[in-house]
Design a protein around this ligand. Structure first.
Ligand code: URP
Ligand code: ZN
Ligand code: ZN
Length: 460
């Protein structure tokens, strides 16, 4: 089975040119100015379109037991949403409870995804407890192809770990060449601030911000930087939301910490006032870290453009407004944290980044996929277009005009935080390893075709 993509403008992180791409079985085998269609090849005309490498979302939650409920998507619905939006690979967090055995959690998450996911997938292994038994499991999980850890410095009493555990996790990561991704917020400060606000009767979603102001996030990043410096471990700060946190990562880097920084599409486009919307609508925008003052957006865009922020992810964590978000109706600390954005990340980044002149096409490809492939050991299998790479292609129509709406989305959740926003471009065709998986906003692939991507450690 073969696929020929003709006349498209190929854009990778470093190149831009018009050529044909020939894919046999699952990989790209030839790129040339003009390739004649071999008998039996499926031919796609990409004239007037960009051809991007399939995008990678390095931070999603699909199976997520969290705050007394579960995130809404299944691997099937999330994978379809990802593909329709141009994301051909995602990396999901395995989030065991503290009492769980890590290897059992790995097998549970793998079992939920394998045979049920339409796009390719990998995992970050959540370290929510570190002791001798857990360490043995982590070594085995790395052998099985999960070469990144995930830790939470927030969510005290649930997913969060102690400083002793943080130190041991980073030491193990250093020894195994595994990068540790980290949710950075000071858990004790959050707890104290939450108690104070609730005692004053401040229970609405707008107070979530005041329980986790920028200093709380910046302190978390500073804390991680200190431990990274002390251990020499490679670390990755997830969902950076504000100038104060970014500065701590940059200061840490200047002192010698090996650090990479991620931000999310929602921090670039939404702000603190969204969580202040009346009639509890603000709950749709409750996530951690919280949405920030609008002034942070220019700083994050600039950091993305300069490369201080490497990746643009979603932290996709969908909870229905009608039921799940209501759990915190009388107490913001009980609102399940997170928003759905997996489906819309690429179109929003293209529209409000590239089209508005904030980033160029190469920075777009870098932030939305190539950098994640490099940091997490998937490059050049994923994240680029070259012979030998997986034939994951996003044939992107820059002339498309539309608006985001929950009514037309694939994500299995009852709202969209970007409802009504204009998009100026969308994937025309998305291929996953040589097969067409989405076309013009509709999933057309196989619901179980996604592969578990085993990744070698690269962070020595
Ligand atoms: O609010 C968020 N970010 N929810 C998902 C869990 C996490 O912290 O990443
Ligand atoms: Zn987090
Ligand atoms: Zn997350």
């Amino acid at each position: 089975m073969s696929l020929l993509v003709k006349n498209g403008e190929i854009v990778t992180e470093s190149q831009r040119y018009v050529a044909d791409i020939y894919c046999e079985d699952e990989t790209i085998t030839r790129i040339d100015r003009s390739i004649a269609a071999p008998p039996g090849a499926e031919v796609v005309d990409a004239a007037g379109k960009y051809v991007f490498p399939g995008f990678i979302d390095p931070h999603v939650h699909i199976h997520l037991p969290f705050m007394g409920t579960f995130a809404k998507d299944t691997h099937e619905t999330a994978g379809q949403a990802a593909l329709v939006g141009g994301t051909t690979t995602f990396i999901e967090m395995i989030c065991p409870a503290r009492a769980d055995q890590p290897l059992e959690a790995f097998e549970l998450w793998l079992g939920k995804a394998r045979g049920h996911c339409p796009c390719d997938f990998s995992f970050h292994m959540g370290v929510t407890r570190f002791d001798d038994a857990a360490e043995k499991d982590f070594r085995e999980i790395v052998r099985r192809g999960v070469s990144s850890f995930k830790i939470f410095l927030a969510y005290k009493g649930a997913l969060g770990i102690t400083d002793e555990e943080l130190c041991k996790t980073l030491r193990l990561g250093k020894q195994l060449g595994v990068i540790t991704t980290a949710h950075c917020e000071n858990a004790e400060l959050i707890e104290e601030l939450q108690k104070g606000l609730l005692a004053e009767g401040k229970t609405g979603p707008e107070y979530h911000y005041w329980s986790r102001p920028p200093a709380v996030e910046a302190e978390g990043v500073h804390h991680l930087m200190t431990f990274a410096e002390m251990t020499g471990a490679h670390v990755y700060v997830v969902h950076t939301s504000c100038e104060e946190a970014l500065r701590e990562a940059m200061r840490g880097s200047a002192r010698g910490a090996q650090v990479w920084v991620e931000t999310l599409i929602q921090y670039l486009l939404c702000d603190k006032t969204d969580a202040e919307r009346p009639n509890f609508e603000g709950a749709k925008y409750v996530m951690s870290p919280p949405l920030r003052e609008k002034s942070n957006q220019d700083i994050l865009w600039n950091a993305l453009q300069k490369g201080f922020v490497s990746t643009l992810a979603t932290d996709h964590a969908p909870f229905d407004f009608a039921a799940q978000k209501q759990m915190g109706k009388n107490n913001f600390t009980l609102i399940p944290n997170g928003i759905p954005s997996l489906e819309d990340r690429i179109n929003l980044l293209y529209t409000y980044g590239v089209k508005r002149g904030r980033i160029d096409l190469h920075q777009f490809v870098g932030a939305a996929g190539a950098q994640a492939a490099k940091i997490f050991g998937l490059f050049p299998r994923k994240g680029t277009i070259q012979p030998g790479s997986d034939a994951d292609l996003v044939i992107y129509d820059p002339k498309y005009r539309g608006r985001i709406s929950a009514k037309t989305q694939q994500m299995n959740v009852d709202y969209n935080a970007f409802e009504g926003m204009k998009i100026e471009g969308r994937p025309h065709i998305v291929t996953l390893r040589g097969q067409i998986a989405a076309r013009d906003g509709k999933f057309t692939g196989h619901p179980a075709r996604g592969q578990f991507l085993q990744r070698e450690p690269t962070h020595f």
